[in-house]
Each structure stands twice: as C-alpha cells, then as structure tokens.
Design a protein around this ligand. Structure first.
Ligand code: FMN
Length: 413
C-alpha cells in the first residue's frame, strides 16, 4: 500500500553490513535514514567489523549492534527469528560477493546469513566489490537468482575502485540507495530521474556592513517543497537565502544572501543541472540599495533617505533559458487571485501558488499554510490550511497531474 504521507518515518530497517572496504560509506546512509525518522538496527559480519567498529554504528543508531549468532550470554529468545517479525525491511549494504553468493545458496553460517535465510521482508542488496568479483560468474549467477526471487539487487557503479583501477563495483551514491530503500516501502517516486530546482527563504539587501533590508520569510515552504521532491525521487538543488532551518538531507544546498546572488545562482544552476521543474518559493527582495555604504551609517539628527532600485526579476530573467515547468509563488495581502493570475501571465510561468501574508496560520514564519494553486490552463486547486510538508506534496502532485495539459511553450517537455 503506497504510504507517502510519512516517507521513511518510523520505518524499522534491519541494516546488515558486510566485509567490504565501502563499509565506512554506509555511516552516512544510516545517518540520513535516522534523520528521516527511520528506526535502524545494525547487524555486522565478522569481516565488516574489521573495516568499521560496531561502536560507530551503535552511536549512529542509538542501539546495540548485533554481531553474534551465539552470543556469550544468549537471550531467552532467538534474535534472528525475532527480527524476522519486527523489522519492516532489510538492507544489506555494502553487500560482499561472499554474502550475495551465500544468500543465493541458502547458506546460514553466521548471524547475517542466518537472519537473511529466515526473513521474508522486502530486501535490498547494495553490492560493492572489485569489478572482477562483480563479473565473476558465481556472483553474476547469485545476483540473477536473488532477483528471480523478488529480492532487489542494485548494480554497483562504474568508477575508480579501492584498488585504484577503474571498473564496475563502487557502492552507488547515497541518494540512489535511499531511493531504492523508499521503493522497498512502495513510496511512490513520480519524480525519479528528474532534476528539480527550488528557491527558498528571504534575501538580504545590504544598507551598510551591518544593516540590511529583508522580509519575514522563514524558508519553510521552499524547504518543504525540496524535501517532498526528494522523497518523490528527484535530485534537488535548493538555492536559499539566509534561514534558520537545518539542511535537508540529500538535497544540494546553495546558500545565497542578496537578490542578485540568487539571480546568479539560479542562472548558473539552470545551465548545469537543466532542471525539469523549477519551484520559485523564495521571497526575493524587489528593491535593493544600489551602492550600499562601506562604513556603518552613523546616527544623525537629519532624516535618512535611501534610494532603492529594482532588483533583477528572476522569473523574467530565466525566460527562454530553460525548458523546465516553472512554478511561481505569489504572496499577496489583497486581490490575491487576480494578482496571482496576473503574475502567472506576465511572468509566463506554468503554475502559480497563491498564499496570503495577512492570514493567521498562513504565509511567513509559521509551520502551516493555506494556498490556492492555478495552472496556466485554468485549473485551480484550493488546499486548505495544513502543515507545509503536506501542502508541498499537494502542490507537487497538482503540478504533476496538470503539467501535460498541452498549454506549455512549444519547447516544454
Ligand atoms: C582490504 C579488503 C577489502 C575488501 N573489500 C571487499 C569488497 O569491497 N567487496 C567484497 O565483496 N569483498 C571484499 N573483501 C573480501 C571480503 O572481506 C571477504 O570475502 C569476506 O570473507 C567477506 O565476509 P562477509 O561477507 O561475511 O562480510 C575485502 C577484503 C579485504 C582484505
């Protein structure tokens, strides 16, 4: 049953680590799983412990690491049998040629292989080995056998190996492994293989070295879009003005300060990642001080007049530079719908998300929002007040459901 409302939150994952040089890389994957709310139980083979000590994984998971089939002080129950009931899914990463062949042959001679022979949960093997080991007919046959049984085995990546030779055998990138784990839980991945660019947060326009003009944007809406797009399988780049929010795991963050920084970062990112979707959720300053003072402005008795000039209109500036589906955000205080539609028309965006600055529980600085999203084709969806993460998912779903309505610029995908 698809369960995208909670992502990996509260999912119980048995993470088996075997004796590959890539064992150190899974520290990061386990950290990311925990950050996303998964409950991770680590099990290690003897060989795995030669590469990274169990203490590292105990600290990363907050749980004792299981290593012994025959512990010195056995518990009343049989741990490998209990795990077969408790866990939601099993990940074997890095998976050695040895464990792959043993699992395919039903060998159960240590805690990891005995557990694998008992458990029937969705299972993922993430191989990492020398390319010759990967190409060895015994390994290839074992992989085919496991796949035929419905067990997911990722292909290792091509690149420099520990031996410094080039070849197929590297542990896949963290994002790929996490997406494969999401697939184990049937978390839908409608954005798999897509590049998504999100802007978020406020910008700051300097007046002098210590003062600036900014706005009350917390960045929460953009960060929620970035997180939801990631959960749906996208590779996400987040260009964010100054916020107090923690980084979003697996999302490439490009921090910026001023509207001009953001304009430059957006233009550069478009040329490097060629995004499929752009969500412009940042509250970019419309005006800036052309020549901010290089020294602190002193208190005086006369009025201080600042002359502000318009900043680059980022939406207009990227017109014609990208084939992406563009989703703009409009924060209005009055005539919301008319203003939002006007903005979508004049800035030639495919969608616009309207939210209100002067409504309780919506707009800036709060964890909730209420929005209305319009498509260029005239479709409209009112999303009632809800948490910003759920609103983000609804926005992306609406965009995905209406993006092929045939009203885009000719070059659009
Ligand atoms: C330095 C070193 C690096 C190794 N790296 C790998 C590896 O990346 N992949 C692999 O399949 N085996 C690798 N091996 C071999 C395994 O550790 C060996 O086959 C071991 O028996 C695997 O045991 P396990 O599957 O129970 O963990 C390596 C061995 C050494 C000494």
């Amino acid at each position: 049953m698809p369960d995208e409302s909670v992502g990996l939150k509260q999912k119980q994952i048995l993470f088996c680590i075997t004796g590959s040089i890539a064992a150190y890389k899974v520290c990061e994957i386990i950290r990311l799983l925990r950050k996303e709310g998964a409950v991770v139980q680590v099990m290690m083979t003897d060989a795995a412990q030669k590469f990274v000590g169990p203490a590292t994984f105990a600290a990363l998971t907050g749980r004792e690491v299981l290593t012994e089939l025959f512990p010195v002080s056995p518990k009343a129950g049989l741990e490998h049998i209990e795990l077969s009931l408790e866990e939601d899914a099993i990940v074997v990463a890095p998976a050695t040629a040895n464990v792959i062949c043993k699992a395919a042959g039903g060998v159960a001679d240590d805690l990891v292989t005995t557990t694998l022979s008992v458990c029937e949960q969705p299972t993922l093997f993430v191989p990492a080995m020398n390319s010759r080991m990967w190409q060895n007919p015994a390994t290839a046959e074992a992989v085919t056998k496991l796949r035929a049984r419905g067990i997911k085995v990722l292909n290792p990546e091509h690149g420099p190996l520990a031996s410094l030779h080039e070849g197929e055998g590297r542990l896949p990138a963290a994002g790929k492994i996490l997406n494969a784990i999401r697939e184990l839980f049937n978390i839908p991945q409608p954005l798999r293989g897509k590049q998504v660019l999100v802007t978020a947060g406020p910008t700051r326009e300097a007046l002098d070295p210590v003062r600036y003009i900014s706005n009350r944007s917390s960045g929460r809406m953009g960060y929620a879009i970035a997180e939801s797009a990631r959960d749906m399988g996208a590779e996400v780049t987040l260009i964010a003005g100054p916020t107090a929010l923690p980084d979003v795991p697996e999302v490439m963050l490009k921090p910026v300060v001023s509207a001009q920084d953001m304009a430059v970062a957006v233009a550069e990112t478009i040329t490097t990642i060629h995004p499929d979707f752009i969500f412009m959720a940042a509250a970019v300053s419309d005006y800036t001080l052309e020549n901010p003072k290089t020294e602190k402005i002193k208190r005086g008795t006369d009025d201080l007049r600042l002359s502000l000039s318009p900043t680059t209109d980022i939406l207009r500036s990227i017109r014609g530079t990208s084939d992406a589906i563009i989703v703009a955000f409009a924060l209005e205080t009055e005539n919301g719908e008319a203003e939002a539609r006007r903005k979508m028309e004049t800035k030639d965006t495919d969608f616009i998300v309207l939210n209100y600055a002067n409504e309780e529980g919506a707009g800036f600085e709060v964890p909730t929002n209420r929005v209305v999203i319009f498509s260029k084709n005239g479709e409209k969806l009112e999303i009632p007040k809800d948490r910003k993460d759920r609103i983000a998912r609804e926005i992306i779903r609406f965009v995905l459901n209406h993006k092929s309505a045939g009203h885009y610029r000719a070059s659009k995908k």
